[in-house]
Design a protein around this ligand. Sequence first.
Ligand code: IVH
Length: 672
Amino acid sequence: MSPDEARLKIEQLRKALHHHNYLYYIKDQPEISDYDFDQKLEALQKLEAEFPQFEDPNSPSRRVGGGITKDFPTLKHKYPMLSLSNTYSREELEDYLKRTQKALPDEELEFICELKYDGAAISIRYQNGSLSQALTRGDGSQGDEITNNIKTIPSVPLHLRGSDYPAEFEIRGEVFMPLAGFAELNQRRLQEGLEPFANPRNSASGSLKMQDSALVAERPLDCFLYFVMQEEPLFSNHYDAVMAAGEWGFKIPRPEQNYLRKAKSIDEIFDFINHWDQARHELPFEIDGIVIKVNDYRQQERLGATAKSPRWAIAYKFKAEQQETILRNVSYQVGRTGAITPVANLEPVSLAGTTVKRASLHNADQIAKLDLREGDTVYVEKGGEIIPKVVGVNFAKRALNAPEFEYIKHCPECGSKLIRLEGEALHYCPNDTACPPQVSGRIQHFISRKAMDIEGMGSETVEQFVQADLIQNVADLYDLQVEQLLPLERMAEKSAQNIVEGIAASKEIPFERVLFGLGIRYVGETVAKKLARHFETINALQAASKEELVAVDEIGERIAESVVAYFADTAHQNLIERLQAAGLQFEVVKQEGGSQTLAGLSIVISGNFERFGRKEIKDLIELHGGKNTGSVSGKTSLIVAGEGMGPSKRKKAEDLGVKIIGEEEFAQMIGL
Ligand code: IVH
């Protein structure tokens, strides 16, 4: 394909992808299948790799993220990001409305009622229809520049539709995590032995501050835009501006969904408030109140603002839903890693539309802080809206002789004495080799998709095998014979064979995934990868001291201690010996002809080459110990440039004083 043809094709694909993205995420009316979308995206990525001269920072391919930012630059907001004053009752809100009318006597006021999304505020700039910069609220006068992270959110347009948007403007809104995505994310984190997020708001703002935008891309974030900064007088009111933003491709609150409504009287405002106070639990995302805004821009201007908040808008906050009920008793759950979670068993009570029988108590400290006793009348609240929690005790109703609460000392499943590590909130059952939920949990984790991905097995099969005493640990899997499985219920010969073959096939799974599969506390996928790449063999990792572990990039004390403790345990040593004997991968497979010539170098490639393909050069960089990175920065050591290196890249490289070499020079460096 000639460069001219490629440019046309690239433009065509980008346009189509922007459009289908809009249909899917904003309109909710896709016209092509996910498969066709992925095909187009792949075709684009291929062309972009082949013709880097047509680079576009807002290409739909940027949705997947990739760039790493160590420290986000702090930038000043062009217009300060104010917050809203809150009201908590009808009286307070009536007062506000009276005050507002008094400030504009004899004028007719129209209000816009909106949902108050519970997420993280964001301000995004567009230049000539392209997203150019995104800042967090920060302290209101300056925020963090997180443009690359924002670009990964599929409902934020990278290019605007039509042509009647201002040449340059800023739009503000709220990034949030829908409840379904939040629940899934926390589920995954628990499985990986990570601390779950407290609520969707924390996980949204936490996600926006992650350094690796590729990881942000995996977080299920969404964004409503609710405020267009008026830089040139285009509209006379807020409503028209928001509706126009909808035409430009933004996800806005729609009146058809009743997410936004015009109101002229306090009764109309309260219709909206009362409706959502009831119906908010049916929304797929969290709101914590309603925002009421004066619609007319000239009236807004005349009302002005205090140092903290505008006088033309106010928030009405919902009361957290709370109920009183009786705490029957506390039970304890044992997780895969042996972590103990206390659970409150309650007299069933109706709360926010569901019947609540259980509530989380988090840990022993939390119980002590609440001064909880069995039989107490307690207050339960839906805070994170999904799992209710006990927030207090009605002491007036406490029985005089209620005995003080005692946290368990022994595992409810296996009776082992519990331990609690210094500085940690949770108690653990240390019996990871024989405590039943830990045994099944570990094996389930080991066979899971991101670890050994054993075909034909699922959590029920694991449970069945454990119950039948066929397996007690992951090494036992590799001794299983078809004949042993046949007597089990619902086990046909074909499935038994599949399972045994699936287990055998897992011996080819690379070391980093085996390491992740072992389920060492705090060693999730990413950490396992880092450790495997650094130490290269299980023997080297086993021999590593805490100091040597902490010296690895991004490995902290907590992880290091957990790794050392894991390998110090003789049961684990035996397990690994058996897995090694079974033939699993315990070393990073080095490709032939590799070297460490480029170790420590961060290398960017740009343009087209004659002797090597781009992919080939990337592979060669890794083979010789270097790191291939996408964009030129202060940390770039070297650029390998071919035909048609983009002028912006070249200028940046020259400004930063980064050395540029050709492909022949590169070949010489690695002895080719
Ligand atoms: S308008 C000048 N509208 O609430 C005020 N804010 O407490 C501009 N928020 O920082 C904000 N939903 O993060 C506005 N429909 C909505 C909102 C909303 C949520 C958040 C926003 C703001 C905070 C103020």
